[in-house]
Design a protein around this ligand. Sequence first.
Ligand SMILES: *[C@@H]1O[C@H](CO)[C@@H](O)[C@H](O)[C@H]1NC(C)=O
Ligand SMILES: *[C@@H]1O[C@H](CO)[C@@H](O)[C@H](O)[C@H]1NC(C)=O
Length: 187
Amino acid sequence: MAYYQKKNGFKRCAIIGLVVLVCVIVSVAVTLALIVLRSKTPKFRLTSVTVNDLSVTNSTTSPSFYISLDAVYAVKNPNFAPFHYPDTYITFWYRRKQVGVGRVNEGNAKVLSINEVSFKVSLNSRAVSTKNLSRDIRSGMLGLSVGSELRGHVELLKVIKKNKTPEMSCAMVVNLVDEVVQDLKCD
Ligand SMILES: *[C@@H]1O[C@H](CO)[C@@H](O)[C@H](O)[C@H]1NC(C)=O
Ligand SMILES: *[C@@H]1O[C@H](CO)[C@@H](O)[C@H](O)[C@H]1NC(C)=O
């Protein structure tokens, strides 16, 4: 009699323990899934651009520029799960013409952190028509816009994933006389 009671008591404890364990596992899984599913789109922007080298031909008939820039992009992850992204490019435009591309290497922004990476990019006016270029060079100010997107995902434990595509949209002015970048703005 006593033996059976003891055995039943043990069984009951084991079952309760198992139920509690399953509950804990389920609530942890639900919490992790919610962290990923409710994650926000990270921010992707340029945080710094400086002129490394610059040469301009200031002429009405064959104006041209070559500009080498040192820049830094930042991927800011506001989530409690890491954000992973693949290789991509950052495109620089002058008056809607592509004048250069910078490279983004695959990487990740850790939980609640900012991943800042420096890169170099060379811009040239080969694809640009002369008309507005000669005027802009004469004025000494070259307006550039910069765009890119990261087709990445927020991920936990390799199984809970959500795609996020932060877009970069920046503008800046290269002051050709002082050889500095000014008015860098990103949306
Ligand atoms: C060149 O300048 C003119 C006058 O400001 C403007 O209408 C035109 O759209 C410009 N062209 C380009 C390609 O930006
Ligand atoms: C181009 O020449 C004009 C005068 O001819 C000058 O005012 C301007 O600053 C020059 N632009 C650059 C980028 O040096």
